[in-house]
Design a protein around this ligand. Structure first.
Ligand SMILES: O=C(O)CCC(=O)C(=O)O
Ligand SMILES: [Fe+2]
Length: 375
C-alpha cells in the first residue's frame, strides 16, 4: 500500500501520501523480540515524520491527544489536585449562596430575617433586631440590596410630593396611606404629647444612666447606629463632653440612632407619647421604639431597610429633611427623588422597605425623633 489514510475515533483524517512500506519494515524488524513500547513508539514517530507526516497530523489523532493529556497530568499531579479542590470549594460556596438567595427571595422555609441573621453570623457580625441588620451595618446594606427582590413600581408611580395632612381619620389613613407605601406627613399627630417638653439629650442620658438596666439592655439586645460618628455604643454617646452634647460652636457634629427594647424605659417613654391617633384600630404598633438624635447638618445616609412593616416617626424637636428615592428598577416609572421637611410636632409615615431614604437635620436645634413600625 503506497498511500494511507489514518482513521481516528470520530472522523477520518486525510493524510498526505507517503510510503508505508518502510514503516512496515520497521515494525517487522522489531517483531522478533519484546521492544520497550516507548522506544518503539518514538522510533516509529520519528520515521513517520521523516516520511512526511506532520506534528499537526499526529495531534489530530484522539489517542495521541489522550496520551499527551495523561502525560501532562502525570508530570504535574498537584495541578489536578488543586483544581479539583478549588472546583469543589467553588461549587460549595455557589450552592450555599444560591440556597440562601432562594430562601431569602421565596421566604421558605424561614423568613428573610432569619436568613439575614444567618448571613451575619457567617460574616461574624452580631445579629440582633432586624433594623440594624438591614440599615446600619455596611454588610447589611450590601446584602439587603443584593437580595432585595425587584419591586413593582405601582407604589411610587404617581407620587410626586409628600402630602401634609391633618385631622385624618383612621379609616381614610387605612384606605389611602397605611399599606400603599404612599408617604405622608400628619401635621397634628403629636398635639397632646408631652415629649416635646421632656425629651432632650439630658433626659435620655438619665434614662440610660451608667450601670442602669435600661442601658445594659440596650447594649445587649437593642441596636445602635453610630452613622458617621466614632461612637461605639449608647454609653459612649452619653459620655461625650458637655460642649459637644450641647452642640456649642466648634464642637464636632454627631447623629446617632438606637432602638429601645427595655420595657421599663419603654414605659417611661410612653408616658410622653401616644400611639398615633390616625393608625387603623386593628394595626399593632411594634413594641420597639426607635430614637434618632443629633446636631444640625447631620443625618442618615441614603439606604433602604428590610424590616417587616412600614413605620411612623414623630419629630419631637428640630427639623429634618427627608429625601426619598424610588428603587433603581423604578427610575423610569417614578419621580427620581422627592423631599419633605418634617417640622417639630409632625409625624412622617414611610415604608422604609421600599423608599430609599436619607435624612438631614436642617434646623438649628438638636433633632430628636421617636417612631415605630406598625402592621
Ligand atoms: O431618622 C433618621 O435619621 C433615619 C431614620 C431611618 O432610617 C428609618 O426610620 O428607617
Ligand atoms: Fe431607614
Amino acid at each position: 500500500m503506497n498511500s494511507a489514510t489514518l482513521l481516528t475515533h470520530r472522523h477520518r483524517v486525510p493524510i498526505c501520501n507517503f510510503d508505508m512500506s518502510e514503516i512496515k519494515e520497521n515494525v517487522n524488524a522489531t517483531s522478533g523480540h519484546e521492544e520497550d513500547p516507548k522506544v518503539r513508539f518514538r522510533r516509529l514517530y520519528k520515521r513517520a515524520l521523516e516520511l512526511g507526516l506532520s506534528e499537526e497530523d499526529f495531534n489530530q489523532i484522539d489517542a495521541i491527544k489522550e496520551i499527551k493529556d495523561t502525560l501532562k497530568t502525570e508530570r504535574f499531579p498537584w495541578i489536578t489536585t488543586i483544581w479539583s479542590v478549588c472546583l469543589k470549594f467553588f461549587l460549595l460556596v455557589l450552592l450555599l449562596t444560591s440556597s440562601l438567595i432562594a430562601v431569602y427571595v421565596f421566604q421558605w422555609p424561614v423568613n428573610k430575617t432569619t436568613v439575614a441573621r444567618l448571613w451575619f453570623v457567617l460574616n461574624g457580625v452580631e445579629a440582633g433586631s432586624e433594623r440594624v441588620e438591614m440599615c446600619a451595618v455596611d454588610p447589611i446594606d450590601y446584602m439587603s440590596e443584593i437580595f432585595r427582590p425587584p419591586t413593582s413600581c405601582d407604589f411610587c408611580r404617581n407620587v410626586s410630593f409628600v402630602e401634609k395632612l391633618d385631622h385624618v381619620t383612621p379609616e381614610r389613613f387605612e384606605k389611602v396611606y397605611a399599606y400603599s407605601s404612599r408617604p405622608v406627613v400628619i401635621t397634628d399627630g403629636t398635639s397632646n404629647w408631652t415629649a416635646s417638653k421632656v425629651f432632650s439629650y439630658d433626659f435620655f442620658k438619665s434614662l440610660y444612666s451608667k450601670g442602669s438596666p435600661a442601658l445594659q439592655h440596650v447594649e445587649e439586645n437593642c441596636q445602635f447606629f453610630p452613622y458617621k460618628t466614632n461612637f461605639t455604643s449608647l454609653e459612649d454617646v452619653f459620655d461625650m463632653d458637655e460642649d459637644r452634647a450641647l452642640m456649642k460652636d466648634g464642637s464636632a457634629p454627631w447623629y446617632i440612632g438606637w432602638s429601645n427594647c427595655d420595657i421599663s424605659a419603654a414605659n417611661t417613654l410612653r408616658t410622653h407619647y401616644n400611639r398615633p391617633y390616625f393608625l387603623p384600630p386593628v394595626a399593632e404598633s411594634s413594641k420597639t421604639d426607635w430614637i434618632f438624635m443629633g446636631s444640625p447638618g447631620y443625618g442618615a445616609h441614603l439606604h433602604v431597610d428590610a424590616v417587616e412593616h412600614p413605620s411612623w416617626q414623630a419629630q419631637i424637636t428640630g427639623t429634618k429633611r427627608w429625601t426619598l428615592e424610588p428603587p433603581p428598577e423604578c427610575y423610569f416609572h417614578c419621580p427620581s427623588r422627592i423631599q419633605v421637611v418634617v417640622k417639630p410636632g409632625e409625624i412622617i409615615v414611610l415604608d422604609t422597605n421600599r423608599w430609599y431614604h436619607s435624612t438631614l437635620n436642617v434646623g438649628t436645634d438638636i433633632s430628636i425623633t421617636i417612631g415605630s413600625e406598625y402592621d
